[in-house]
Design a protein around this ligand. Structure first.
Ligand code: 0A1
Ligand code: ZN
Length: 896
C-alpha cells in the first residue's frame, strides 16, 4: 500500500458518534429520494495494521466521476480518526476538505483521481459489533448494512462496486490466521514477530460484502468439484476446542453447492470458500464474498451438544449464505430499500433446499408457523412496512420478518403463478441480465415477466403494500344444476401511511373433495373439459365468484393449499368438516391446517370459558380427531408431531380483540393436560414405539420429535408416572434432542425431578456457552411463579453477559417473546425489566437493543392497565438521553 505518511502533521478528528444529539430527531431516508452515485470507485487497496486498541487502515481509492462535473465527493465515515489524506500525490491539509459529522467532502476533484487515507479505529472498544471488532480475542468484521464506514471513509452504498485488494499485517503468534475475500496472492513474515497476507477479490463488490478475519483459529478442510470440474477448497475456521463440531456444517455446505447446481444451475465462482465461526455476532451469519462470517450457533454441532432443530437450522443458514453468492453477491441491491431482492429470494431458495433434504410438507408447515407467529404480528403493528419499505431511519431495523419471510412468500407466489419451469426461466434471465449489477425488485419481476410473457403489474403491489390480506370465502351448492359456487372476497386493513389498500394478485390453490375425500375434477363455467386434481385460481379483484360444474353433491373445499399466499383465510367450516379434512385432505399442509383451525376453535371456546369463570371441558370430537391422527400409522412421524402441536400462545393472542395472556395460557395448558390425560395410553404407546431412534437422518429426527411430544403430553397430564418417565428419558438421553425434550416436559412439573435435571444440565454444560443458552432459554420461558427473580438470577449467572447477543437473546429475548404471562405481568415488572435492559444495552449494542424494544411495540393490543405500563416504558425509552437511532426509531414509531 503506497500511502505516504506526513508524520507529525496528522490531523486526528474523531468522527461524530451515531448517538443522537438530544434536540435533533434523526432524519428518515426515503426511497423516492434515491439518486445514482456521483462517483464510482473502481478499485480499493486496503492495508490493515491490526491492533485491538489502535488499528490503522490505509486505503487507496481509484475514483471516477459519474455524472455532473461540479458534484463534490462525499464519503461516509463513523467513529473514525482521520490521520492522513492525500489526493493523487498531494498531501491535503484540513482546509482542502470538509469534515462534518459523518461526511467527508472534497470539492473540485478531477474526473479521475486517487484518494489515499489513513484512519484509526479501536476494534476492542467496538461493542456494537459492526465494522471491525474483537470477538474471543480475534478480529472480525460485519459490514452489512453500513458497517464499512466504521472502518474507513468510503462511498458506503451497495450500488458502488469495486475490486478489492487487502493487505493485513498483525502479530504472528496472536493472529496466525489472516483472511479476507477472494484469493490469497501473497504472504510472509515481517520484523518483530509480525506477518502479513494479501488477498485479492476479482469480483467487483459493494463494501457491505467486505470481510476480514484475523486470529488464532484452526480449520476443517474439505473440497467440492463443481459441475464444470473446478476444484473448490472449502474451509471452516473455528477456535481449536470446536474443531470436532464442524462436520455437519461442512456436509451442509457441500450439499448446498450441489443443490444450487442441480436446481438452479448456479455454480460457485472462486477457488476457495471460507466460513468463520465467531461467538459475538448480531445476526445469524453474513454472506461476505468467499468469506462468510457466522454466529457460532449456526456452525457448531455434535449430536450431544445440538438438537435436531439446531442441525436443521445450521444446514439452512449455511445454505442461505451460500445461495447469496448468486442471489445477493453476483446480483446485488441498488439501495437498501431493495433488501428483499436478495433476502426474500435467498430465503425462498433456502426453504426449497431444506424441503428437498427432508419432508416438504413438514418444512412448509414450519415456515408458515414462523410467518404467522412472527411476521403477521409485525405486519399488523406499528412497525408494519411493505416488503420494499418506503423509508427508514436506521436500516438495521429493516432486517425484518417482512423483508425476509414475507419477501420469500412473494417469490414463492411468483413460482406458483408461473410454474416451476417458468420460474426457472425467469431466474435464469434475471441472473444473466443483471450479473455484476446492483438492481431493484422491479428488475427481478421484470425478468420473470419477460421470460414468461406474463403481466405481473398488479402482482407488484405485494412489494409496496403492507398488511396481511384477509380472504373471506363462502360456498354454496345447487343440487339442481350440480354446481358449486365459490365466492372469495379479499380485503386488507389500513396500516400506517396506507389508509387505502388496493386489491392484490393472489394465487389461490384449491381442490374440491367429495364425501370420500377424493378430488373432484374441476370445470369452471365456460370451460370445455374438467381437469383432475387441484388448480390455481388467480384473484385480482376485490371479489370473485367461481362456479364449478358437474359437482353432484356438496363438496368440502380445500382452499389455499400449501399456503399458496401469505394471507388469513376464513371459510365457515363446521367442526365435522374440519375433522373430515384433518383425516382426508389430500394436501398434507391443509390436513395439518384443518387440525390447527379446529384446535383454534376449541381453544377460543376455552379462553371464553376461562374469562367467564366457567368450568373447562375437553371437546370430545376434537379429542377423537386428535386421537385418530395419533393412531394413524400411515403418517410420517414428523407430520404427526406437527399435527399434534397446538397453536402457540402468540398465534392465539393474534386472534383476540384484546389479548388476555392469562386466559390464553390457562386455556392452552388445560387442553394439553386434558389431551394428555384422555389419550394417555396412546401417547404412551407411541412414546414406546418411537423411543431410541438413532442417527441424524430425517426419519430418525421425525421419530425423536414425536417421541418427545408424547412425553410432553404425558407430563402435562401431571401423572407421577409420567414424571418418572421424563426423568429416565433425561438420564438415558445420548443426544441433545432427547435431553432437551425431557427438560422441556419436566418444566411443567415442579418438583425434585425437574430441579435435579436442570442442575445436572447446568453442571454438565456450564463451559459450553451455546449449550448453556438452551438452559437459559428454558428457564426464561418458564411460566411458573417467580419468573422475574429467575430471570434476574440468570442475568447474574457467570455464563451470562449482556455484551453477547446470543446470551441476551436466550435470556431477555426468550423472556419477552416466549413468556407472555410474566412479561406482561399486571404490575408492569416484566415490562420494566426489559426496559431497563434495553437502556443498558443501547449504550453497548443498539441493534440488539432495538430488537428487544419490538416486544413492547404492540401495546395497543392489551387491556388498559397493560397498555399504560407498556406505553410508559416506551416513553421512558424515548426520553432517555443519548439514545441510538436504532432504538429511537422503534420506540417512537411504536408510540405514534
Ligand atoms: N445478510 C445476512 C444477514 C445480516 C444482516 C445484517 C447483519 O448485520 C447488521 C448481519 C447479517 C443474511 O441474510 O444472512
Ligand atoms: Zn440473507
Amino acid at each position: 500500500n503506497a500511502i505516504v505518511h506526513h508524520g507529525s502533521q496528522a490531523h486526528a478528528q474523531p468522527g461524530c458518534s451515531r448517538k443522537m444529539m438530544k434536540e435533533t430527531a434523526p432524519a428518515a431516508i426515503h426511497l423516492k429520494d434515491y439518486a445514482p452515485p456521483r462517483w464510482r470507485i473502481l478499485s480499493v487497496d486496503l492495508c490493515f495494521v491490526l491492533d485491538p486498541e489502535d488499528t490503522r487502515v490505509r486505503s487507496r481509492l481509484t475514483l471516477v466521476r459519474n455524472g455532473q462535473a461540479e458534484a463534490p465527493l462525499q464519503l461516509n465515515g463513523q467513529d473514525l480518526v482521520l490521520h492522513h489524506i492525500r489526493l493523487d500525490d498531494r498531501p491535503l491539509q484540513p482546509g482542502d476538505y470538509h469534515l462534518e459529522g459523518e461526511t467527508l467532502t472534497l470539492h473540485d476533484l478531477p474526473e479521475r483521481c486517487e484518494l489515499s487515507l489513513e484512519t484509526g479505529i479501536a476494534p476492542a472498544a467496538n461493542t456494537a459489533l459492526e465494522g471491525l471488532y474483537v470477538s474471543g480475542g480475534n478480529f472480525c468484521t460485519q459490514c452489512e448494512a453500513e458497517g464499512f464506514r466504521r472502518i474507513t471513509w468510503f462511498l458506503d452504498r451497495p450500488d458502488v462496486m469495486a475490486v478489492y485488494t487487502v493487505r493485513i499485517e498483525a502479530d504472528k503468534a496472536r493472529y496466525p490466521v489472516l483472511l479476507s475475500n477472494g484469493n490469497l496472492t501473497d504472504s510472509g513474515d515481517l520484523p518483530e514477530g509480525r506477518h502479513f497476507a494479501v488477498w485479492h477479490d476479482p469480483f467487483p463488490k459493494p463494501s457491505y460484502l467486505f470481510a476480514l478475519v484475523a486470529g488464532d483459529l484452526v480449520c476443517r478442510r474439505d473440497g467440492f468439484t463443481t459441475r464444470t470440474g473446478r476444484e473448490v477448497d472449502l474451509r471452516i475456521y473455528v477456535q481449536r476446542h470446536n474443531l470436532d463440531k464442524c462436520d455437519h456444517a461442512m456436509r451442509s455446505l457441500q450439499a448446498s453447492m450441489g443443490w444450487d447446481e442441480d436446481t438452479f444451475g448456479r455454480e460457485y465462482d472462486l477457488d476457495i470458500y471460507m466460513i468463520v465461526a465467531v461467538d459475538d455476532f448480531n445476526m445469524g451469519a453474513m454472506e461476505n464474498k468467499g468469506l462468510n462470517v457466522f454466529n457460532s450457533k449456526y456452525v457448531l454441532a455434535r449430536p450431544d451438544t445440538a438438537t435436531d432443530d439446531d442441525f436443521v437450522a445450521i444446514e439452512s443458514v449455511i445454505a442461505h449464505e451460500y445461495f447469496h453468492n448468486w442471489s445477493g453477491n453476483r446480483v446485488t441491491c441498488r439501495d437498501w430499500f431493495q433488501l428483499s431482492l436478495k433476502e426474500g429470494l435467498t430465503v425462498f431458495r433456502d426453504q426449497e433446499f431444506t424441503a428437498d433434504q427432508s419432508l416438504r410438507a413438514v418444512k412448509r408447515i414450519q415456515d408458515v408457523q414462523r410467518l404467522r407467529t412472527l411476521q403477521f404480528p409485525e405486519d399488523a403493528g406499528p412497525m408494519a412496512h411493505p416488503v420494499r419499505p418506503q423509508s427508514y431511519i436506521e436500516i438495521n431495523n429493516f432486517y425484518t420478518m417482512t423483508v425476509y419471510e414475507k419477501g420469500a412468500e412473494v417469490v414463492r407466489m411468483i413460482q406458483t403463478l408461473l410454474g416451476r419451469e417458468g420460474f426457472r426461466r425467469g431466474l435464469d434471465l434475471y441472473f444473466d441480465r443483471h450479473d455484476g449489477q446492483a438492481v431493484t425488485t422491479d428488475d427481478f419481476v421484470k425478468a420473470m415477466e419477460d421470460a414468461n410473457a406474463r403481466d405481473l403489474s398488479r402482482f407488484r403491489r405485494w412489494y409496496d403494500q403492507a398488511g396481511t390480506p384477509l380472504l373471506e370465502a363462502t360456498g354454496t351448492h345447487d343440487p339442481e344444476t350440480a354446481t358449486y359456487r365459490l365466492t372469495v372476497r379479499q380485503s386488507c386493513l389500513p396500516t400506517k401511511g396506507q389508509p387505502e389498500k388496493l386489491p392484490l394478485h393472489i394465487p389461490l390453490v384449491m381442490a374440491l373433495l367429495d364425501a370420500r375425500g377424493r378430488e373432484i375434477p374441476l370445470r369452471l363455467e365456460g370451460e370445455d373439459s374438467a381437469v383432475a386434481g387441484e388448480r390455481t385460481l388467480e384473484l385480482t379483484a376485490p371479489t370473485h365468484v367461481f362456479v364449478f360444474q358437474d359437482v353432484p353433491e356438496l363438496p368440502v373445499p380445500s382452499l389455499l393449499r400449501g399456503f399458496s399466499a401469505p394471507v388469513n383465510l376464513r371459510f365457515p367450516y363446521t367442526d365435522a368438516q374440519l375433522a373430515f379434512l384433518m383425516a382426508h385432505d389430500t394436501d398434507d399442509f391443509n390436513r395439518w391446517e384443518a387440525g390447527q383451525q379446529f384446535a383454534l376453535k376449541v381453544l377460543q371456546g376455552l379462553i371464553e370459558a376461562v374469562q367467564a369463570g366457567q368450568p373447562l371441558m375437553l371437546d370430545a370430537r376434537f379429542a377423537q380427531a386428535f386421537g385418530q391422527v395419533l393412531a394413524n400409522g400411515a403418517l410420517d412421524a414428523a407430520l404427526v408431531a406437527e399435527a399434534l402441536t397446538l397453536p402457540g400462545e402468540g398465534y392465539l393472542a393474534e386472534q383476540m380483540a384484546v389479548v388476555d395472556v392469562d386466559a390464553i395460557h390457562q386455556a392452552r395448558q388445560f387442553l394439553r393436560q386434558a389431551l394428555g390425560a384422555a389419550l394417555g395410553d396412546r401417547f404412551r404407546a407411541v412414546y414406546e414405539a418411537t423411543a431410541g431412534a438413532q442417527g441424524m437422518d430425517a426419519t430418525a429426527m421425525g421419530r425423536r420429535r414425536l417421541c418427545n411430544l408424547c412425553l410432553a403430553y404425558l407430563c402435562a397430564s401431571g401423572e407421577a408416572e409420567a414424571v418418572a418417565l421424563a426423568r429416565t428419558h433425561y438420564g438415558s438421553a445420548d443426544n441433545m434432542t432427547d435431553a432437551m425434550g425431557a427438560l422441556r416436559a419436566l418444566l411443567d412439573c415442579p418438583g425434585e425431578a425437574r430441579d435435579q435435571a436442570l442442575a445436572h444440565f447446568e453442571a454438565r454444560w456450564r463451559d459450553d456457552p451455546l449449550v448453556l443458552d438452551k438452559w437459559f432459554g428454558l428457564q426464561a420461558m418458564d411460566a411458573a411463579p417467580g419468573a422475574l427473580d429467575r430471570v434476574r438470577g440468570l442475568m447474574s449467572h457467570p455464563g451470562f453477559s449482556i455484551r453477547n447477543p446470543n446470551r441476551v437473546r436466550a435470556v431477555l429475548g426468550t423472556f419477552a417473546m416466549a413468556n407472555p404471562v410474566h412479561f406482561h405481568a399486571l404490575d408492569g415488572s416484566g415490562h420494566g425489566l426489559i426496559t431497563d435492559s434495553v437502556l443498558e444495552l443501547d449504550a453497548l449494542n443498539p441493534q440488539i437493543a432495538a430488537r428487544l424494544v419490538t416486544s413492547l411495540s404492540r401495546w395497543r393490543r392489551f387491556d388498559e392497565e397493560r397498555q399504560g405500563s407498556m406505553r410508559r416504558c416506551l416513553e421512558r425509552i424515548v426520553a432517555h438521553p443519548g439514545l441510538s437511532r436504532d432504538v429511537y426509531e422503534v420506540a417512537s414509531r411504536s408510540l405514534d
